[in-house]
Design a protein around this ligand. Structure first.
Ligand SMILES: *Cc1c(COP(=O)(O)O)cnc(C)c1O
Length: 355
């Protein structure tokens, strides 16, 4: 049976990315060796890294003065590494749920980190508005897409301090004004690659200012200076990221990804709003296009499990909601075909008709 992959992460990747990576795992560039067996310093691997960096810069229109590095450790390590490198006196954080909160918690280990706004009062079902950032903070940290709760900053906020963004689950789904950011980071396993690599964009002239001794491996300068080759980088995950970057470019770049994200979101939210059985969990204007959360309306609560089974029988995978929201979550990352969403919508309509 055809499967429709709505997993939240690790998640769907373009079929071509998987096939091309598999080929290189069997025989890297005709060398007779596997991508898994070569040295990261082999002459054929450097071009992989270089092309991945170049495509990152091209696709996101990253201005001069920024570096792109690929490290291990996941976005979770960045929660600590970011303040370690960028927090000088104090930093501001907006708490939009689990990941944002974890970032804030790690920053507090480093120095003064202020929670200037939060949507905890309504189970993180909206993006806080009407806050102000103290002008003397080093940066404002935001989680641009909240994978668990299904909220998304559709635009980079207007602030007078540098931004730092966790873009783990929405990178390359919309254009970003990178110049507003000192750092953008994310685990690659949502919208970019197989698990195992973290992407980090840093503004070069902001490095080396923090008044603390930074362990070598946590100092961004170490990795910027060595082009992500200070130690062994995650070779296969980086290769898979390169394949996705090529796929994004072939398919029209970020602008095209943005359009597809709108198309998928309109289809699925349209059905959630129309269908008498379901309702969305997020304030309309803050709805994520990447992670679409919905629950059964109160009077149909007992149909939750039956719908889950109904959808599973039709090949839907990964639509169970995160335990902190319940119900359902359909993750619709860049690689999610619009047809996959159509199938889910069809299942919702059929289920409604049957009840
Ligand atoms: C998945 C996720 C993380 C955690 O990423 P790891 O690479 O597993 O550490 C952090 N932030 C966001 C927004 C995420 O979606």
């Amino acid at each position: 049976m055809k499967k429709y992959n709505f997993n939240a992460g690790p998640s769907i990747l373009p079929r071509e990315v998987i096939e091309n990576t598999a080929k290189q795992i069997l025989d890297f560039n005709g060398s007779g060796l596997s991508l898994m067996e070569i040295s990261h310093r082999a002459k054929d691997f450097q071009p992989v890294l270089d092309e991945a960096v170049a495509l990152f810069k091209e696709l996101l229109s990253i201005p001069e003065g920024y570096s792109v590095i690929f490290l291990g450790g996941g976005a979770s390590l960045q929660f600590y590494q970011v303040p370690c490198n960028f927090l000088i006196k104090k930093a501001a954080y907006i708490n939009t749920g689990t990941w944002a909160n974890k970032a804030l918690k790690e920053a507090k280990r480093i120095g003064e980190a202020l929670e200037i706004a939060s949507s905890a009062d309504a189970n993180f079902s909206y993006i806080p508005k009407g806050w102000t950032v103290p002008s003397d903070v080093d940066y404002l940290h935001i989680t641009t897409n909240n994978t668990i709760y299904g909220t998304e900053w559709r635009k980079d906020p207007e602030v007078s301090v540098p931004l730092i963004g966790d873009m783990s689950s929405d990178i390359f789904s919309r254009s970003v004004d990178v110049a507003k950011y000192d750092c953008i980071y994310g685990g690659a396993q949502k919208n970019l690659a197989m698990a195992g690599v973290t992407f980090i964009i840093v503004k070069d002239d902001k490095l080396g200012r923090a008044p603390r001794e930074i362990p070598t491996m946590l100092d961004y300068r170490t990795h910027v200076e060595k082009g992500s080759m200070f130690n062994t980088p995650p070779v296969v995950p980086i290769y898979s990221a390169l394949e996705t970057l090529r796929w994004i470019k072939r398919n029209g770049g970020v602008e095209a990804m943005d359009k597809l994200a709108n198309e998928r979101a309109e289809l699925l939210y349209g059905e959630i709003d129309r269908n008498k059985l379901f309702r969305g969990t997020v304030k309309t204007e803050d709805r994520s296009r990447m992670n679409i959360c919905f629950v059964m309306n109160d009077e149909y609560k007992e149909l939750e499990k039956p719908f889950f089974e109904f959808a599973t029988e039709r090949g839907m995978v990964g639509i169970k909601g995160h335990r902190s929201v319940g119900g359902f979550r359909a993750s619709c990352y860049n690689a999610q075909p619009v047809d996959g969403v159509r199938e889910l919508v069809k299942a919702m309509k059929e289920f409604e008709a049957a009840h």
